[in-house]
Structure formats: structure tokens, C-alpha cells
Design a protein around this ligand. Structure first.
Ligand code: AMP
Length: 293
């Protein structure tokens, strides 16, 4: 696997791949997986999916300071570069783009992105400026890598909706793919932040997924949105360690919360529902979601 740190070097290295030389030597399609490192099986599943849809797979590792609204979360973000490189090599990734902050943000960034109602809910309200930072780094990486396909996890459902909106609004010629959430055996969604959990926190962390399953069950039993939401929240409230920020039942495409008095039976069958949760265990903030057909 090639490792490249500089933008010019990356562009130079990719140019021969994306240039169609002859009929017999057509250009190669590029699949791109942006990450912040501290890789786990969830990230690797994106690389594997990218390999099925593209000829050349690029992963980036960059802990983007612009998307952190909490300095502690940024400075304590786990780093495991050597292990990451081994995992990427084993997964058959072709190239790792590994820029540092100076490379990505030579000049201070003055651009801001707003996504209207898409970022006025859930993560957007609890992490001010987060999605502007995500939008800027992803747009920059798209311009640098110029992939044909880009792969993101459903784990960050709101992020996916926002990037899809940005790709449509700004006409990036990139096909996005939303890949399923990889979980530990006990249901906990894999996350780089999980490795910061202490033993006790790790023991109760699967309750987050349980709360989603419970909410889904209540919805399947035709309870109102409010009752289903309450049951999910109460499950977390049993454990004083959780400081829950939200558990929302939303339209999975628009991300807008469904009317709390709504009787699920009356909902348009075509609407895909998602239950999304964000909660803190000590200083560690975890998110998860589940889709309901
Ligand atoms: P991150 O490094 O946390 O920014 O994540 C990089 C990409 O991996 C994002 O598109 C995430 O949604 C995705 N991802 C993170 N955790 C998981 C998981 N458990 N399963 C699948 N994809 C994930």
C-alpha cells in the first residue's frame, strides 16, 4: 500500500490511473473511504465494500480539527497509526492519504457551510459547527482525491444525509454509498471512541443499542411516537452513568423528528424511519441508530 502525505504528490500519483490511455487500457475507477483513523472492523467493512465497487481504493486518515466543538474530545481522540496501516494493508487498500493539519489547512479557513434543517436537529444542535467542519473537510478531500465512489457508514446517519445534500447541491460527480453499522457481539456499535471506555462503562455501553431495539419494538407494536421514544429513553435512564442528549424518532431521509402524537399506523408506508441516539458515558460521547422499514 502506498502512503502519501502531500496533496501534489497524491494528484501526480493518481493522474495516470484516471487518464484513459487506449480502449484496452481504460481509466480506473477510484473508491474513497475518508476516516479519522483508530480503525476498527466498521472502517474495514467500508474498504471491503469500496473494493467491490471500484478498481483502486484510497483511504484517508485525518483527525479534522474543524469538526470538533470540544477540545478535550479532539486532543484525546485515539491514534493507532501503525495498527491502522496493517489493517488497511490486510484489507487490500491501495493507497493511504495521510495529510497533516498544515497540509489540509495551510491558510485559516473562512468558509462555513450550513445545511438548514438537516443540521438544526440532533448532532447539529448538540455539536455547534460540527457539520460545517465535516462539510469542509469532505469537500476538500473530494477535490483532492476526485473519487468516482465514496463510502460512508450509516453509523453517522446525519453526516451521510448532509454529505449527500452537499454532493447534490455542488454537483460533485461522485456516487455515495451508505454502508451498514458493524457491531460488537453484544450489540455495541463499533467506534474509535469505544477504546476510551473503562471496564464499567464498556459493560453498560450495549444498553445504547438495547434502547434502540426497545424503541423499534414499541413502534412495531403500533405505539405512538412519544410512547416509543419514552421507552427507549427510560431504558437508558435506569443507568445513572448515561447522560443522554437525545433519542429521536425521525424520517430517515429528511432527519426531521416525527410528530410525537403520531400514531405509527397512520404514517405513510413509504417513509423510512430511523431511531437515533446520542449519550455520554463520562466524557465519552457515543452515537448509534437503527433503521425501521
Ligand atoms: P470516523 O473515523 O469515525 O470518522 O469514521 C469514518 C467512517 O467510518 C464514517 O463514514 C463512519 O460512519 C464509518 N463508521 C464508523 N463506525 C462504523 C461502524 N461501526 N460500522 C460501519 N461504519 C462505521
Amino acid at each position: 500500500m502506498k502512503i502519501i502525505e502531500k496533496i501534489d504528490e497524491l494528484r501526480l500519483s493518481l493522474a495516470p490511473l484516471t487518464y484513459q490511455k487506449t480502449e484496452k487500457q481504460p481509466y480506473k475507477t477510484i473508491g474513497f473511504v475518508p476516516t479519522m483513523g483508530a480503525l476498527h472492523e466498521g472502517h474495514i467493512s467500508l474498504i471491503e465494500e469500496a473494493k467491490t465497487k471500484s478498481d483502486f481504493v484510497i483511504c484517508s486518515i485525518f483527525v479534522n480539527p474543524l469538526q470538533f466543538n470540544n477540545t478535550g474530545d479532539f486532543t484525546n481522540y485515539p491514534i493507532s497509526l501503525e495498527k491502522d496501516i496493517k489493517m488497511l494493508e490486510k484489507a487490500g487498500c491501495d493507497l493511504l492519504f495521510l495529510p497533516n493539519s498544515d497540509t489540509m489547512y495551510q491558510n485559516s479557513v473562512r468558509t462555513k457551510m450550513i445545511f438548514e434543517e438537516l443540521d438544526s436537529v440532533m448532532e447539529g444542535t448538540h455539536r455547534e459547527g460540527h457539520f460545517s467542519g465535516v462539510g469542509i473537510v469532505v469537500a476538500k478531500l473530494f477535490n483532492i482525491v476526485q473519487p468516482n465512489h465514496a463510502f460512508f457508514g450509516q453509523k453517522d446517519l446525519q453526516q451521510f444525509a448532509i454529505i449527500q445534500q452537499m454532493v447534490n447541491d455542488l454537483s460533485f460527480p461522485i456516487q455515495l454509498h451508505c454502508c451498514p453499522i458493524k457491531r460488537e457481539e453484544d450489540g455495541l456499535a463499533m467506534s474509535s471512541r469505544n477504546r476510551r471506555l473503562d471496564e464499567d462503562q464498556r459493560t453498560i455501553a450495549p444498553k445504547i443499542y438495547e434502547s434502540l431495539i426497545l424503541t423499534k419494538k414499541m413502534l412495531k407494536k403500533d405505539q405512538t411516537i412519544k410512547k416509543a421514544q419514552q421507552s427507549g429513553l427510560s431504558h437508558l435512564q435506569k443507568y445513572k452513568e448515561f447522560k443522554t442528549e437525545y433519542l429521536e424518532i425521525v424520517d430517515a431521509t429528511t432527519l426531521q423528528p416525527l410528530d410525537s402524537e403520531l400514531d405509527i399506523k397512520k404514517l405513510d408506508k413509504k417513509i423510512k424511519i430511523a431511531v437515533c441516539v446520542a449519550t455520554k458515558l463520562g466524557e465519552i460521547r457515543l452515537i448509534d441508530n437503527i433503521l425501521i422499514d
